[in-house]
Design a protein around this ligand. Structure first.
Ligand SMILES: [Zn+2]
Ligand SMILES: [Zn+2]
Length: 217
């Protein structure tokens, strides 16, 4: 089984965890959520000698997607994800950029929308796609069951969960996504989230204040 390697590159004023993920064996990989600061992303690609084959998006928020159109043109690779329910967010990235004072945010239309049960390739490793709405309607999570690893975007964080007050967000839906789709993957799944440090699903199941107690049924 080939091993995956990851480099986390915090980008944008939101310190979003853009992730370069690649196969150790072939050095073929993906850039997940290039929200901006493309010079830092380019540097990580060069430093690790990765051949980027595609760009993956977990969801349509500006800190995750605003640099995708530029990076796609530069690398000549397709953009895959998120779920089409986030199309409205990707369409209005330039306007959202103005609102948040982020210059050069471009709209992007993915080459491939993702659905529950799809797979995406990272070199020779296939990641499974889970549709996990709630933070945004089109949020997706990428899982490698064999490597016990996931990229969860803004669905779940160490000690917290995604905010649900943005357009299309819904708290109940988010909790169902976490309880019905993420936690059943197993306590030993390590995950990279959109902001802040990595964690394990088991650690969150046991200690995350949003996931423990009677409210979480
Ligand atoms: Zn978000
Ligand atoms: Zn975010």
């Amino acid at each position: 089984m080939p091993n995956l390697r990851a480099a986390i590159i915090p980008v944008t004023p939101f310190q979003q965890n853009c992730t370069l993920l690649w196969s150790e064996e072939t050095k073929k990989g993906v850039v997940i959520d290039p929200g901006g600061d493309l010079d830092h992303i380019r540097q990580a690609i060069a430093q690790n000698g990765v051949t980027v084959e595609r760009i993956l998006l977990t969801h349509g928020h500006i800190d995750h997607a605003a640099g995708a159109a530029d990076l796609k043109e530069e690398l000549g690779v397709p953009v895959e994800g998120p779920h089409e329910a986030d199309r409205f967010l990707l369409d209005r990235l330039p306007e959202t950029g103005l609102m948040y004072g982020i210059e050069g945010a471009r709209a992007v239309t993915p080459d491939r929308w993702l659905n529950e049960g799809d797979t995406v390739q990272v070199g020779e490793v296939a990641l499974e796609v889970l549709h996990c709405p709630g933070h945004s309607p089109g949020s997706v999570v990428f899982v490698s069951p064999s490597q016990r690893f996931a990229i969860v975007g803004d669905v779940l964080f160490q000690g917290s969960v995604g905010r649900v007050d943005l357009p299309g967000g819904d708290g109940k839906t988010l909790m169902r996504s976490i309880k019905d789709k993420l936690l059943p993957l197993g306590d030993d799944i390590a995950f990279i989230c959109g902001h802040g440090p990595m964690s394990m699903l088991g650690e969150e199941r046991r200690t995350n204040p949003f996931l423990v107690g009677e409210a979480f049924v």
